[in-house]
Design a protein around this ligand. Structure first.
Ligand SMILES: NC(=O)c1ccc[n+]([C@@H]2O[C@H](COP(=O)([O-])OP(=O)(O)OC[C@H]3O[C@@H](n4cnc5c(N)ncnc54)[C@H](O)[C@@H]3O)[C@@H](O)[C@H]2O)c1
Length: 277
């Protein structure tokens, strides 16, 4: 078989919205740690005319990433990558956030970058959270960007004594995503492919609903109430940006992270969301 293949990780709302926008006519291989999530999304999409293969995989393990890549390659060259797998600060402990959101994403970008088709493109979902953390030093940014994947979790700034809580771990992971996208896009470019990230603000999905109901629920509700847009976003709005980044109209965009948060970050620095305001 030789089809255009879209590899999607994370059978969540954001992944599904992007896959529905861009995946029609392509073979979509959809991986999730919970196979029932992948099967549920595959059913919805297959009943709407898409061609989705659910696959059990765990983003925090290289062998699992290699397994889904091998599965995707059964159908043809991988031309599109959508990484929407992740855990949020209220869903997982520090180690799991670092292993999935930071290490797993870095390995996925590395491994898909070795096989991505010429003309292909990828998008990984980071988060506005990476913006709200103070600047790291130039050396720390470089370490997050360039450290070989198997050494990433040994970096001093990622050791338990240097991480305050799960939110801090999540922010570091999402900052790392942006830096990895910059470093990896150079290698993807050598294959004629592009790689970008989208950093959404609060998007209503099961993950965000866990946050609304978690220990920082009031903080999140306040965040969207006081951001310039005055509301949370939707997964389909994330797909709007993915459509630009992954289409020919985005041909000059690579190594970028596109912040789309209803202005929450702006308000955090210069508006009513400023700490203590
Ligand atoms: N929803 C938001 O407000 C928001 C905001 C900013 C960033 N994000 C990011 O968007 C991405 C997608 O989140 P979503 O809101 O669509 O969530 P979601 O809960 O709808 O989907 C996430 C999916 O990832 C899967 N997953 C978790 N750990 C995994 C692992 N180790 N291996 C494979 N799959 C795994 C989950 O089972 C789930 O199906 C995440 O990286 C999240 O950090 C979400």
């Amino acid at each position: 078989m030789n089809r255009e293949v879209m590899l999607v990780t994370g059978a969540g709302q954001i992944s599904m919205a992007i896959a529905r926008r861009l995946g029609f006519g392509k073979k979509i291989v959809l991986g999730d740690r919970k196979i029932e999530n992948a099967m549920a999304i595959a059913k919805i999409m297959n009943e709407a005319g898409f061609d989705v293969e659910p696959f059990q995989m765990d983003l925090s393990h290289r062998e699992s990433i290699l397994a889904i890549i091998a599965e995707a390659q059964k159908y043809g060259e991988i031309r599109y990558l959508v990484n929407g797998a992740g855990v949020s600060p209220s869903q997982a402990p520090i180690e799991a956030i670092l292993k999935v959101d930071l290490y797993g994403t870095a390995v996925l970008l590395e491994e898909v970058g070795k096989v991505i088709a010429s003309g292909g493109c990828g998008v990984t979902i980071s988060s506005q959270s990476g913006w709200r953390m103070p600047q790291l030093s130039a050396e720390e940014d470089r370490q997050l960007a360039m450290t070989p994947t198997e050494s990433l979790l040994s970096l001093s700034l990622l050791q338990p004594q240097n991480i305050r809580d799960t939110l801090h771990a999540y922010q570091l992971a999402k900052r790392c995503n942006e830096k990895r996208v910059m470093a990896e896009c150079v290698r993807w470019g050598e294959r004629g492919a592009r790689l970008n990230a989208i950093a959404p603000g609060i998007i209503v999905t099961p993950l965000a609903i866990d946050e609304f109901n978690g220990p920082r629920g009031d903080f999140y509700k306040n965040m969207f109430a006081k951001c310039p847009a005055g509301r949370p976003g939707t997964a389909d709005e994330v797909a709007n940006v993915a459509e630009l980044l992954m289409s020919d109209r985005g041909a000059f965009i690579t190594g970028s992270t596109f912040l789309m948060d209803g202005g929450a970050t702006s308000s955090y620095y210069y508006g009513p969301l400023q700490p203590g305001a």
